[in-house]
Design a protein. Structure first.
Lengths: 835, 233
């Protein structure tokens, strides 16, 4: 024993004798500072903040978020609150600025085919931002502004000061000009057609107040609309007040006071909650159903001719199409039944019901997210016009009651302003050129992949010609196109052509994995901000108090782009010489001034201590009431000032896929007897998720485990279809078409009719090779291991009018997966290509 | 104090210091990428002497030889960048081919003195978020010792580099019982698992050597602790 002890002693003495020491700066530990001693216990009280999922109070323990509870005024918190801690502390966080190694070594000549699956190295912020700037220099010098697309946007995180989009675009605009976008993925077709018809986008506007609907409507038509699911999230800090009204509606339905009729292929969450009536319609055939209802109204003289004459234009040019005089096809209920599967007597009954008493139309958004998505919105407006109740309380049509407290009476208060997105007056970029080389400087939001693949091509878009720019570099800040865009394999092809991709985000999304420079932004919980709560109702102002310091080396978007502006030599121009706190005080005090005399707001310090200021109850309001009251004094924003059933402007465009009046047109692929259904018989619905905001919160592992099936996104299947394929709940299913393939976890449910499946969008993309290995995930055609439905969707514009996202025009088939089950690869950083 | 007692105290103090040097060295290799400065240090006469003295212990020889050989190749920027990419892919991101450096992703929050490694390890399904209970526990230890994680190292307290650095501190400040308790509860419960994963995923091999060295050193070091007849598995 003694010998062993001696041997050990000599061994250790030998080590010491070398006098080897590391530099003193090398240690990861340091003496405890006075601040740190105090910091652990200080401010462990309840702090306030908000998010798309809700407003919260949060408590920390030793500087780490510990408890989360709903904000006092949120009486209907969503169970997404359980995922909030995971938003901050999930291992998918980007911890440090990183650069793809091959890009670091070879710059714009790197091997882009390996993007998505390659090696990264950590950088300091200075190094990474300098590289970013150098790439911008190169692109502006070699290609000019048309080579840079920094215009894409997403849902970002809430807050009026910290906006991932605004900070990036303002800072990059200080360097040079760039390609921007028009429209969005949510309501691309709807927001483009409705100005022609009703004079405004309608989708992002306050609607008739719920109390008025509840008091006056006798029938509510929920058309492709699932508000009980979608109202869980909001554009601003969401306090879920709409749920109070849905609860009242449920009661009225129970007592037989209001009929709610939900027209939807699927039995939705709202249907289940309200216990309301349901009408099944074949997917993508809603326009045929609407036309048949219109035919029924017209042929029985049930339509409101007086309203049509006084408030609309072009009915007389629409009628020949309706009756078949112009095209030989009368749009009768019998005609529609063949296409829609809705029985003739149901169609006739629906028409009668709509005019029997006060009827409120509430349209959902997914119905316009398909080929010819402009048509259902247009035709629904025509129906509402024929019913003649637009502008009456509880009558007329709304395109937004499932969104962000639309319908909750507005307080009328002024909302705070935001950090500027553009340059200040008199400021100029370093690269001042506005020469886009004949290409358009703005392109439709969903056509950017087309642009990369076919630069120089000319397309029709909303009455104009758009020439695709030759894009070489893209910047994505707080947005995840590898979630929301369609046809993943086509995206891979396009990305090969980009010389540089920069992403600023919180987590390692698929977009970050397909990037060259990745910059870590912090969450809302790691910065101070202000926001309104109650979104469109603007019910009050919320202090968004910083809970914890930014994790790892992440920074707020403001800090990231302040440093970037510093490298440009434009820091003061960017910040206007103000700190984060200065900006908050400024935005708050300007809001206070705007509300002077109408709404009492304390001084900033008091507001910050209280956590919020409430603006009080709003006044009920009816949409289009002033138009109905006097259409001459209060015209709509259409060319005629009236509802345009026939649009001369659109007719002049001579588009074959969007004519002068609403039209039923067959789709490029459609289930239930439509084109392509013999090869791929199933319609895939990829609607907004129930347990996320798009792709946000997918990264929260704990929360994801509450709904995934074998770690994968659920795919909802009809029992008969599933049985035919030998599939039961819990199985892994391969869903496929000619565009791609994915794996998802089966949930068999009678809520889903034959020929229909649902996979919620926002499922993080995780491609793997053919044999389930991680290599080859970057290859075109790779299997998505998690279940991202956009692996399968079609990347076409809705029509020449809106050129919008058409994700819902998608046919697939599916089978039980029998191969070796690959692990899910979506929630991790970059992978190394096997040596 | 008698002459003999003074000599014994001196020897014990030197042993402790030597151990601290090794733990700090291991900590530094997990804390960040290998820099050109570190290459210069370790390829210098002193550095080589240090490595050679470690290699005298047979169970450490293989790993040390591997590390020395690797350092000999790190003579240009590109080779350092490749190694930095290895480090990044292993320890700076989370995924199937990376290796979490955080104790909390391997073990439960309240490991006890008698807890074996098997019962302490967390099932894969239960993997928690970062900055969890183990981070809190280690941070409390640091605070009690009037230490904190350096602001230049913005990582949770249960990062392996922090744990190793803290053990180095305990080497020179704490009784062996306290040292052993901390080592067992906060490192030995997961180090095998960690090392195995590094061996699975590090194609560059350098970090395999570093992880192997760490595991072997822990065995060698804790063998001699009193009341520790089974220092490791």
């Amino acid at each position: 024993m003694k010998e062993i002890v001696m041997k050990r002693r000599n061994f250790l003495k030998g080590i010491l004798a070398t006098s080897f020491t590391l530099a003193s700066t090398a240690s990861v530990l340091t003496p405890l500072t006075a601040l740190a001693k105090v910091g652990a216990t200080k401010r462990d009280d309840w702090l306030t903040t908000g998010s798309h999922f809700g407003a919260f109070k949060i408590k920390r323990k030793n500087g780490v978020i510990d408890q989360v509870k709903p904000f006092d005024l949120d009486k209907y918190p969503t169970d997404m609150i359980n995922g909030v801690k995971g938003l901050v502390y999930n291992p998918s966080r980007i911890r440090y600025p990183m650069v793809r190694l091959d890009f670091l070594l070879k710059g714009h000549k790197s091997d882009t085919s390996q993007r998505g699956d390659f090696r990264f190295v950590r950088m300091t912020w200075d190094q990474a931002l300098t590289l970013f700037k150098q790439s911008l220099d190169e692109v502006q010098t070699n290609y000019g502004p048309s080579g840079l697309h920094a215009g894409q946007t997403g849902w970002r995180a809430t807050g009026q000061l910290h906006s991932s989009t605004s900070h990036m675009q303002r800072a990059v605009a200080m360097h040079g000009n760039f390609v921007k976008k028009i429209g969005d993925y949510s309501t691309g077709a709807g927001q483009t057609i409705l100005p022609y018809v009703l004079g405004s986008t309608e989708v992002y506007a306050q609607g008739t107040s719920w109390p008025l609907i509840l008091d006056n409507a006798k029938t509510i038509i929920l058309w492709a609309n699932d508000p009980y699911k979608n109202l869980q999230v909001g554009w601003n800090a969401e306090t879920h007040e709409s749920y109070e009204y849905l609860a009242q509606l449920k009661e009225k339905v129970k007592l037989g006071k209001i009929r709610v009729i939900s027209i939807d292929p699927v039995a939705s969450k709202t249907q289940d909650y309200l216990g309301c009536e349901k009408i099944y319609v074949n997917p993508q055939t809603d326009v045929a159903l609407m036309l048949a209802i219109a035919y029924e109204l017209y042929s029985n003289n049930l339509h409101d001719q007086k309203f049509i004459d006084g408030y609309s234009l072009g009915f007389d040019r629409f009628v020949p199409y309706l009756t078949g005089e112009s095209d030989g096809i009368a749009k009768t209920p019998e005609w529609a039944e063949k296409i829609t599967s809705v029985p003739v007597d149901v169609i006739k009954d629906l028409a009668k019901t709509m005019v029997a008493d006060r009827t409120q139309f509430l349209m959902g958004w997914c119905i316009q997210r398909q080929q010819h998505g402009e048509q259902p919105y247009w035709m629904a407006a025509v129906l509402a016009t024929m019913v003649g109740q637009i502008g009456l309380p509880g009558g007329g049509i709304s395109y937004g009651h499932h969104y962000s407290s639309i319908g909750v009476p507005s307080s009328g208060a002024a909302a705070p302003g935001a950090f500027p997105r553009n340059l200040d007056e008199g400021q100029k970029p370093i690269f001042d050129s506005k020469d886009f080389k004949g290409a358009s400087s703005t392109i439709p939001v969903a056509r950017w992949i087309d642009a990369i693949l076919e630069p120089g091509k000319v397309i029709d878009a909303n009455g104009a010609k758009v020439t695709y720019p030759d894009i070489k570099m893209m910047i994505f800040s707080g947005n995840n196109p590898w979630n929301h865009h369609q046809d993943r394999n086509r995206m891979k092809e396009a990305f090969h052509k980009l010389e540089c991709v920069v992403s600023i985000d919180i987590n390692w999304t698929a977009t970050c994995r397909f990037s060259d420079i990745v910059l870590p932004a912090c969450t809302t919980m790691e910065r101070n901000d202000i926001d309104i709560y109650g979104s469109y109702a603007n019910r009050g102002l919320l202090a968004m108090q910083k809970m914890v310091e930014p994790l790892f080396d992440s920074l707020s978007d403001y800090e990231i782009f302040t440093r970037f502006a510093r490298i440009l030599g434009k820091e003061k121009e960017y910040t206007r010489g103000m700190t984060e706190l200065d900006w908050l005080k400024k935005l708050y005090s300007e809001c206070k001034t705007a509300n002077d005399g109408k709404f009492v707001m304390p001084e900033f310090e008091q507001f910050w201590q209280d956590g919020y200021v409430h603006f009080g109850e709003g006044k009920p309001w009816t949409r289009h009431a002033d138009f109905r009251d006097d259409p001459e004094i209060n015209p709509l924003g259409t060319p005629s000032g009236l509802i345009e059933i026939f649009s001369r402007k659109i007719e002049r465009y001579q588009y074959d896929d969007c004519k002068g009046h609403p039209t039923w047109m067959e789709k490029s692929e459609r289930s239930h007897g439509g084109p392509g259904s013999d090869k791929h018989p199933i319609w895939m619905q990829s609607c907004h998720p129930d347990k996320r905001l798009h792709s946000q919160m997918c990264e929260s592992k704990e929360y994801r485990q509450t709904y995934t099936v074998q770690d994968r996104e659920p795919v909802y299947l009809n029992p008969e279809d599933a049985k035919k394929r030998g599939i039961k709940s819990g199985d892994v299913v391969r869903v496929f078409n000619d565009r791609g393939q994915l794996l998802a976890g089966a949930v068999v449910s009678k809520n889903f009719p034959k020929g229909v499946i649902r996979i919620h969008e926002g499922a993080w993309y995780g491609p793997v090779g053919d044999d389930g290995s991680i290599t080859g995930g970057a290859k075109v055609g790779a299997l998505c291991s998690y279940g991202d439905p956009n692996t399968l969707t079609q990347d076409i514009g809705s029509s020449k009018l809106a050129q919008a996202c058409s994700a819902y025009t998608c046919l697939v088939d599916y089978e039980k997966f029998r191969g070796k089950l690959p692990q899910v690869t979506s929630f991790q950083g970059p992978l190394e290509i096997g040596a | 104090m008698s002459q003999v007692n003074q000599e014994i105290t001196q020897e014990i103090s030197e042993e402790r210091e030597a151990r601290a040097v090794v733990y700090n060295f291991l900590s530094s290799l997990f804390a960040k990428e290998v820099t050109s400065d570190l290459v210069v240090q370790l390829t210098s006469a002193q550095g080589q002497s240090f490595l050679n003295s470690l290699a005298l212990e047979p169970s450490l020889t293989g790993s040390i030889d591997g590390i020395k050989a690797k350092f000999a190749t790190l003579n240009n920027e590109e080779s350092l960048l490749e190694l930095a990419a290895d480090f990044c892919g292993l320890f700076l991101v989370d995924g199937r081919t990376s290796v979490s450096p955080y104790a909390g992703q391997y073990v439960n929050a309240k490991p006890s003195e008698n807890q074996s490694e098997e019962s302490g390890s967390r099932k894969k399904k239960d993997r928690v978020e970062i900055f969890g209970e183990l981070h809190q526990k280690v941070t409390e230890f640091l605070t009690d010792s009037k230490l904190q994680v350096h602001s230049d190292f913005p990582e949770p307290g249960d990062h392996i580099a922090v744990i190793l650095a803290y053990i180095a501190h305990l080497c020179v400040t704490a009784e062996t019982k306290e040292q052993l308790n901390f080592i067992k509860c906060y490192l030995m419960t997961w180090l095998s698992d960690f090392t195995q994963k590094v061996n699975e995923h590090d194609h560059g091999l350098f970090y395999c050597y570093v992880a192997d060295l760490t595991l072997a050193w822990l065995k060698v070091d804790t063998e001699f602790f009193p009341n520790n007849s089974r220092a490791t598995n």
